[in-house]
Design a protein around this ligand. Structure first.
Ligand code: MSP
Length: 509
């Protein structure tokens, strides 16, 4: 059986979840759901990144302890994901004991292997990135990502011998060109490595909010070194060898484009240094932008964008969970930047959901009710919709496999369009009850059954509802991908009509 271990980045708890985070999490969830549907043994991990200067500062600014702060904000992320129907298998918090144990064992292995030494570090630090910059990388002294001044920091701490991994990483990418996708992002990682790797400071003396360095009790690990290890904590590194062997290294890390260096350079090097395989695959996505600006929590604090208006729950309350999921999956391919707008959601909702999918479901149920006595006729083996369905299933499967949910949905909506066109062409609502109408409606019902299976990963509760209306038994989420082949609709089941699935939204609302 194939295995699929997928992760999101763990989110910083210095502020509340926003729709940029939801973009990544919904995409990871849909990919995990598709792999489950396909029958793969699947493990989906998300969680929160709770240590570091930035979180300690946020807690202090609000007059609460870091633990209290992180408990509160980690719960907010979890609530946002529950609201969005995110079916994670594990939700990791880096303040959990299990995580400290793994971080200490993993970095302990790197230390024992001779890749960690004591040194002194001086550099320009951006607290928002939790990262050092060279003077040349700054824009007039400001961080290129956040536009905030980088501050001079000097500390004596422990260094990771990253420079020892330059050739090994280049060899790794040479042998595994698909280890980072899309290709443009892999090229970016490789160019960074070719530019020369300097050793990096991995601990902090000035901070107590972190995981203790096991061989130096005066220091904690720098937040990124603790954070990356979360991917191993959840699958039992240092505690459950069988679980680790099941899921590592066949992992897929879904990440945003600004954290390529951490995931595609540092992380594989750390794995090599600890004596385990690097992660098999990192897929990099772009940013959702509003008027060309990133929806960053940090910038929101400066009033550049009003993130409070675009918290995930405010969207789901307005448009429904599945329409928001659909918009996030369909509108911005995983790999490019996308424009986020309420007009965009409304337009997708009205066009794709109300006019196409919703209309198809309503029409089919109405005509089966009025012309077929409310029960399903047989589909035909030589239906033109059979070819359309097979094409949609093949294209969608390849797209999910390829981390392209937007393309899987595009193919699905082509089938929805073809089924609506087929009904318009035959106009069964104008026919007398009889074999001709039965044939057309049998075909349409079968296409709709396949469409329902195709939308399971993207729109879990809509799929469940359509399945129920079609009179099909069991939970559609327990039905495998193999059921997408033509001819599975049983004859004689009762089809029910319901309320419109997606009542149109007027665009001035
Ligand atoms: N804590 C680190 C990740 C550690 S993983 C070992 C972090 N957290 S974050 O909360 O700042 O960002 C998490 C993810 O959210 C990143 O992949 C980032 O790209 C993504 N996004 C933040 N804003 C985004 C958009 N506007 N659009 C799309 N994704 C965005 O980095």
């Amino acid at each position: 059986m194939a295995r699929f271990y997928i992760t999101t980045p763990i989110y910083y708890v210095n502020d509340a979840p926003h729709v940029g985070h939801a973009y990544c999490t919904v995409n990871a969830d849909a990919l995990a759901r598709w792999h489950r549907q396909r029958g793969d043994e699947t493990y989906f991990l998300t969680g929160t990144d709770e240590h570091g200067q930035k979180v300690a500062d946020a807690a202090a600014a609000n007059g609460v302890s870091p633990q209290e702060w992180t408990d509160r904000y980690s719960a907010r992320f979890r609530a946002a994901w529950d609201d969005l129907d995110i079916a994670y298998d594990d939700y990791i918090r880096t303040t959990e004991d299990r995580h400290a144990t793994t971080v200490q064992k993993f970095l302990g292995a790197i230390y024992d292997n001779g890749y960690i030494y004591k040194g002194s570090y001086r550099g320009l630090y951006c607290v928002s990135c939790e990262d050092y910059y060279t003077a040349e990388a700054l824009h007039e002294g400001n961080c290129p990502v956040h536009g905030r001044p980088a501050v001079e920091m000097e500390e004596e701490n422990w260094f990771f011998r990253l420079s020892a991994f330059e050739d090994k990483l280049l060899e790794w990418y040479g042998a595994h060109p698909q280890a980072t996708t899309p290709d443009t992002k892999r090229n970016e990682a490789v160019a960074f490595i070719r530019g020369g790797l300097r050793d990096i400071s991995i601990t902090r003396r000035s901070l107590t909010w972190g995981v203790r360095v096991p061989w130096d009790s005066d220091q904690v690990f720098y937040v990124w070194y603790d954070a990356l290890v979360n991917y191993l904590t959840a699958i039992g590194y240092g505690t459950d060898d069988a679980k680790l062997a099941t899921w590592w290294p066949s992992v897929h890390h879904l990440i945003g484009k600004e954290i390529i260096r951490f995931h595609c350079v540092w992380w594989p090097a750390m794995c090599m240094a600890a004596g385990i395989e690097p992660p098999q695959h990192v897929h990099v996505h772009g940013w959702l932008l509003v008027g060309g600006q990133k929806l960053s929590k940090t910038m929101a604090g400066e009033g550049a964008v009003r993130l409070t208006d675009i918290a995930p729950q405010s969207l789901t309350a307005e448009y429904g969970v599945d329409p928001v999921r659909y918009y996030l999956l369909r509108d911005t391919p995983l790999g490019t930047d996308g424009d986020f707008s309420l007009e965009g959601i409304i337009s997708r909702y009205n066009t794709d959901l109300a006019n196409n999918l919703g209309n198809l479901v309503a029409r089919v149920a109405t005509v089966v009710g009025s012309k077929c006595g409310g029960v399903s006729p047989a589909s035909r083996d030589d239906s033109p919709l059979r070819i359309e369905s097979a094409a949609a299933v093949t294209t969608a499967a390849a797209a999910w496999e390829d981390f392209a949910p937007h393309a899987a949905l595009e193919a699905t909506w082509r089938l929805i369009g073809a089924t609506n066109a087929y009904l318009e062409q035959h106009a069964p609502w104008k026919m007398e009850p009889g074999p001709e109408v039965a044939a057309v409606m049998g075909d349409a019902l079968e296409a709709l059954r396949i469409i329902t299976l195709l939308i399971v990963p993207a729109m879990p509760s809509t799929a469940r509802e359509i399945w129920r209306r079609l009179g099909l038994t069991g939970d559609v989420h327990d039905v495998g991908w193999e059921a997408t082949s033509w001819g599975g609709f049983p004859v004689g089941v009762s089809v029910t009509k319901g309320e419109p699935l997606f009542p149109r939204i007027s665009s001035d609302s």
